[in-house]
Design a protein around this ligand. Structure first.
Ligand SMILES: C[S@@+](CC[C@H](N)C(=O)[O-])C[C@H]1O[C@@H](n2cnc3c(N)ncnc32)[C@H](O)[C@@H]1O
Length: 203
């Protein structure tokens, strides 16, 4: 969130932003504070949406599934999603919805800790007790392109040293071995950015 907010702070056109899987709403509150004039969010959990409404009172929130977005086409300059899209069993449907609700030239940012190249997170489905979407960085890039996005970049966010304290590791369902925790820190979060083309290419 911190890295993404810092980058979006440099955007010149901070008008409408949608956050998918907004959780407690903390990103939406910070996006509003950084100058976005319209902030919207969607989450499958009514309880999360209730919490988010308290955290980000100015945000327009919906309970729903990000594979079916209840907003008209071309509504947003920015769409973001953090640590949420792998819960969606139909990620391409969700990404096509992202492309539908973005304005031309609009920007999409996706950040996830759980992806196939991050070996340290491989036991997360076992911890959760259900299957989640496991794709490599390359497969996610392909899906963004299939959804109609362009200029796709693929980066990693490595946690700052002071937060990534290997001495704090204790065995858990998330990181059963110290090696798995170290691999998770080393691989970092996957951060993809893509844009809706400004004009539709000739068929
Ligand atoms: C790990 S939380 C992340 C929340 C927030 N983005 C953050 O980074 O703190 C994942 C969120 O995605 C929501 N979620 C999971 N599947 C969803 C779906 N198909 N449609 C909408 N929200 C979903 C969950 O309810 C949860 O609030």
């Amino acid at each position: 969130m911190t890295a993404l907010l810092a980058e979006l702070a440099g955007e010149t056109n901070k008008s409408a932003l949608l956050d998918l899987g907004c959780g407690t709403g903390s990103f939406l509150a910070q996006a509003a504070a950084s100058g976005f004039s319209r902030t919207c969010g969607i989450d499958a959990s009514p309880k999360m949406v209730e919490t988010a409404q308290n955290t980000a009172p100015e945000a327009e929130l919906q309970v729903g599934n990000f594979a079916h977005l209840p907003w008209p086409a071309a509504s947003f300059d920015n769409v973001t999603t953090m640590e949420a899209i792998y819960y969606c069993p139909e990620p391409l449907a969700a990404l096509k919805e992202v492309a539908r609700v973005l304005k031309t030239g609009g920007r999409f940012d996706l950040v996830i800790d759980y992806y196939q190249d991050s070996s340290g997170t491989s036991s997360w489905p076992e911890g959760l007790g259900f299957e989640i979407t496991s794709l490599s960085a390359t497969q996610w890039v392909d899906l963004l392109a299939q959804a109609g996005l362009e200029k796709i970049s693929n980066r990693r966010i490595i946690r700052p040293q002071q937060e990534a304290d290997p001495a704090s590791w204790k065995p858990s369902v998330w990181f059963p071995t110290e090696d798995s925790y170290l691999a998770y820190l080393e691989d970092g979060a996957l951060w993809l950015t893509g844009y809706l083309p400004s004009s539709v290419p000739n068929q």
